[in-house]
Design a protein around this ligand. Sequence first.
Ligand code: IVH
Length: 671
Amino acid sequence: MGASDRVRKQLADLRGEIERHIHRYHTLDDPEISDADYDALFDRLLALEAAHPELVTPDSPSQRVGGAPAGGFAAVQHAVPMLSLDKCTTTEELDAWDARCMARLGTEDPIVYACEPKIDGVAVNLTYERGVLVRAATRGDGQTGEDVTANVRTIADVPARLSGRRLPSLIEIRGEIYIPLDGFQAFNREAAARGDKPMVNPRNGAAGSLRQLDPKITAARPLRMFAHGVGRVDGAWQPATQTEIGEALEGWGVKVNPRRTRVTGISECVGYAQTLLEARPTLGYEIDGVVIKVDDRALAETLGNVTRRPRWAIAYKYPAEEATTRLLDVEFQVGRTGAITPVARLEPVFVGGVTVSNATLHNMDEIRRLDLRIGDRVLVHRAGDVIPKVVKVVPGERGEREIELPASCPVCGAEIFRADEEAIARCSAGLDCPAQRKEALRHFASRLAMDIEGLGDKLIDQLVDGGYVASAADLYALDADTLAALPRMGEKSAANVIAAIERSKKTTLARFIYALGIREVGEATAAALAAHFGDLDAMQQADEEALVEVPDVGPIVAERIHTFCAQAANRDVIAALRKAGVNWPPVERRTGDAPLAGQTWVLTGTLESMTRNEAKARLQALGAKVAGSVSAKTSRVVAGPGAGSKLSEAETLGVPVIDEAEFIAVLAELE
Ligand code: IVH
């Protein structure tokens, strides 16, 4: 094969592959590679075609934009083509683009730009005649889209009629339809409960929802829209700037992004992008970058377009939050309560701004649901602080090896059991299993329990593996010399840990009960138990009937507490701890009150699994007050990703701060 034949074949292969992905994405709504991987393929095609312009064919995917209409919907010709955007990922590229704009405009003054979030959704074109919505179409290939009017009419953000002054006789409004994160999570929770297929991500969910043949199904989906521009406009209205377009749209009752802004010069665009990136976890919807447009429309017109892309606008893209990689292995970890959790070991991949090599798989049911095999190519998602998750298996390149639950505990070799109805398998050895022992000690020492500073994961591993500590009580028999002799421990840190252990002796009954690590007894239940019984002996002697008297202790939790207290080994540890000097002030008994009565909570940042309002309502239902700002009287702050000044204030004032997982545990116990 000659060199040009080789290139010809390479091009044909690339085009075939890209066509297949376009079909999966646009027609089947079931992409098998991430956007970033798709972009990389496309970029390869463009580069190869640029090097061999004589081999560009009219049917190459590079010659059109997006996917062809898929049938089922009538074709709609866009009066003004829907363009796509050039993209860049570095400030250098952005500077170069800005310099090109300035050069073409023959100006040395900084350009005024309109910046706004680039919404990760589905583009639509809305046609309004005399203010009435007459048609809504998808972008399609940029020239011809699909008529999805009936579906778009079900979206509350899309007004059926515009209102206000200076309405054009005809206007095409362009925007992005998306699914907010809370709606996405709620949909998937409900889909899972019904046994239906979940949405892979919000963007796919939005695309699939728009392409339903029955608008009633679309109506039930949590779709929203932000408008970001206009196409054809008939009439006297002549906006001079992008900013003016945004203002007019807003005035007519169309949703525009509240974070859009006008800045001067490219460095202010970079500043805007940075601020927005920091706010990304709190937005409540997915964005994949910033769109930067020359604000002045006359200047934009001077710059003009090159083949379906404007020269006057650019997408400055953030690191992708999804990527594909390979599942190298699955390891099983043993938690505090013996829960055996599968963890995916991945070929390291850059996603969500960091390199990820592990992801949680939750339990065996999740592995079956994903139909996962070792060696599979998988789609991984990581956004903000969220733990990376394997979203789906990429079809085609399948792995061979089945994933089996180990026959015995991977740490201690004891038998594994799976209680009825539970998705989780557990090691049966209890505290005889070193993994459970270590986790129990970690929990005992943790901030909301005995709060032993300096007793970290590494030190606990050393203490258990070296046989120095078998139970929490053994901690109080440690001396500084023993600690100082351990690898990587200096005399000073040894002394600090001993001092912290000593300090922890003075605690509260609620903390102590929580520190015991009784299954299902989180911090709030521990507090309720302390308040109800007033002392530990009364709790230890209580039978299940007496235990269910405690607010929010149900039969299952009562059974767990009773079983825990009945076990001689647990009683021995409790006695040894008290003998070692662990003590607490007497507790005033409280009965019957709402569990969080008298407490004031503050919420900050975003929560993944519920909206701020839902969190607030649930706290109020438990008797707590929910305040908007932190003071010394605040009982607790719940901080999600993107938490700002409230978090730092809480830290200054010494108010306890918990994250979402801890908050959910509190709710689970109290509700
Ligand atoms: S303005 C000339 N603004 O990104 C095209 N587009 O990659 C002007 N998009 O097709 C587009 N958010 O569907 C613009 N705030 C935003 C956007 C946005 C998302 C989409 C749009 C466009 C694609 C280009």
